[in-house]
Design a protein around this ligand. Structure first.
Ligand SMILES: *Cc1c(COP(=O)(O)O)cnc(C)c1O
Length: 435
């Protein structure tokens, strides 16, 4: 926008270069997406000025009548989207939403069981450098190394582990897991050991909303998510209550009483437990994004995200790449590069020179450090938003393969970069710098 260009040309110039980078490159980072102009516009509004601690109708500040309306709209749309009865749309991020869940259900020192970070889990599921691993006792399950379930979670092992460690909470969800989850099996394990069951659907929320993956809401006590990955909203988080919140609060209390108990615990954990004032401009933007996700076009988009991931998986396998779990059920692939004699770090930087953005990622049972890794993670949500279909994703795999076949060859990087630009020009993204 002209204003910023005039008042702060330094920042404006940086913003312009970043928007150009997004326009001109292949964005294959599985956790990223491109939001609509409407979602961005809501974020860039004077709602950022408003303090609104508390909840709609129960604020600690005056002048909240309009932000109350927008938060109510966001909540109603989120409930419709995930077919549930309660949500809190205030968490600033996925990590804040997760922190609120720990605060609500765990005491420091309590044990929980989650997916190992090195096997696709997230930092907030018990990494020793994260609050979740510092304040609580983290136990982990992982994926299988070999056999028919290689790269997948074996539920018998999860049950054995849960019996052995008696966790107070069990978490499901991942940042780099290519298969769907068996929520009914997790629930039966949680019930057996008396644990809360929590699904962190940060990566797959959009696909779940669209009905393209198994629905965790009927099985989990609580579900958290980011709103900016497959859900394609602003950078933020959200907490939802599962639709069966019976256990472990006892089956005798009436359902309405249990809903009240769980929701008050979680609301209190977000504020005043974890956060101060909510970001009302971001909440307005969430309302816009949820409105978009309720449209039939979003179902179609989510289907294409998965179809395109299948296309990529097939094309990589045909070119001799190893995929963890042999393929994918969702929007991402985890490519094990050990067979190609490459590290994730080298692959990431070689592809970066060709303006193909991926992230290096540990593969299960990796022998490299997290800074080097043996794999890369690639996903389809962003480029599918841009309009790429099966033909384009096949071309993408061919380009990636060309770079990775000769990672040190600058000539190849340059010619691939030209092709990337041509491909991107066919699918225009943003024609402005700041909305
Ligand atoms: C991305 C992610 C988060 C964290 O989200 P932030 O908004 O970056 O804090 C949490 N859990 C999982 C599984 C994720 O993939």
């Amino acid at each position: 926008m002209l204003d910023l260009q005039r008042t702060d040309p330094d920042v404006h110039a940086i913003l312009r270069r970043e928007v150009e980078r997004q326009n001109d490159g292949l964005e294959l980072i599985a956790s990223e997406n491109f939001v609509s102009r409407a979602v961005m516009q809501a974020m860039g509004t004077p709602l950022t000025n408003k303090y609104a601690e508390g909840l709609p109708g129960k604020r600690y500040y005056g002048g909240c009548q309009f932000v109350d309306e927008v938060e109510d709209l966001a909540r109603e749309r989120a409930k419709a989207l995930f077919r549930c009865e309660w949500v809190n749309v205030q968490p600033h991020s996925g990590a804040s939403a997760n922190a609120a869940v720990y605060l609500a259900f765990m005491q420091p020192g309590d044990t929980f069981l989650g997916l190992d970070l090195a096997h696709g889990g997230h930092l907030t599921h018990g990494s020793p450098v994260n609050f979740s691993g510092i304040l609580y006792r983290a136990e982990h399950y992982g994926v299988e190394k070999d056999g028919p379930l290689a790269g997948r979670i074996d539920m018998d092992r999860v049950r054995d582990k849960a019996r052995a460690v008696r966790p107070k909470m069990i978490s499901i969800g991942a940042s780099a897991y290519t298969r769907d989850f068996d929520y009914a099996a997790f629930r039966s394990i949680a019930d057996e050991v008396g644990a809360h069951l929590w699904m962190d659907m940060a990566h797959t929320a959009g696909l779940i909303a669209a009905g393209e993956l198994n629905d965790p809401l009927p099985y989990c006590h609580v579900v958290t998510t980011t709103t900016h990955k497959t859900l394609r909203g602003p950078r933020a988080g959200m907490i939802l209550l599962g639709t069966d919140y019976e256990n472990p609060f006892g089956k005798t209390a009436p359902k309405s009483g249990r809903l009240k108990m769980m929701s008050e615990l979680l609301d209190g954990a977000v504020f005043p437990g974890m956060q101060g004032g909510p970001l009302m401009h971001v909440i307005a933007s969430k309302a816009v994004a949820f409105g978009e996700a309720l449209q039939p076009a979003f179902h179609d988009y989510s289907r294409r995200v998965i179809d395109n991931a299948q296309v990529m998986a097939k094309a990589f396998l045909e070119r001799g790449y190893d995929l963890v779990s042999g393929g994918t059920d969702n929007h991402l692939l985890l490519i094990d590069l050990r067979g190609k004699g490459l590290t994730g770090k080298d692959a990431e930087s070689a592809l970066g020179r060709a303006e193909i953005t991926v992230n290096k990622n540990m593969v299960p049972f990796d022998t490299q450090s997290p800074f080097v890794t043996s794999g890369i993670r690639v996903g389809t949500p962003a480029m599918t938003t841009r309009g790429f279909g099966p033909d384009e994703f096949e071309r993408v795999v061919a380009l990636v393969d060309r770079v990775l076949s000769r990672p040190a060859d600058d000539g190849i990087a340059e010619s691939v970069r030209d092709e990337v630009r041509t491909l991107c020009d066919e699918f225009p993204l943003y024609d402005f710098v700041v909305a």
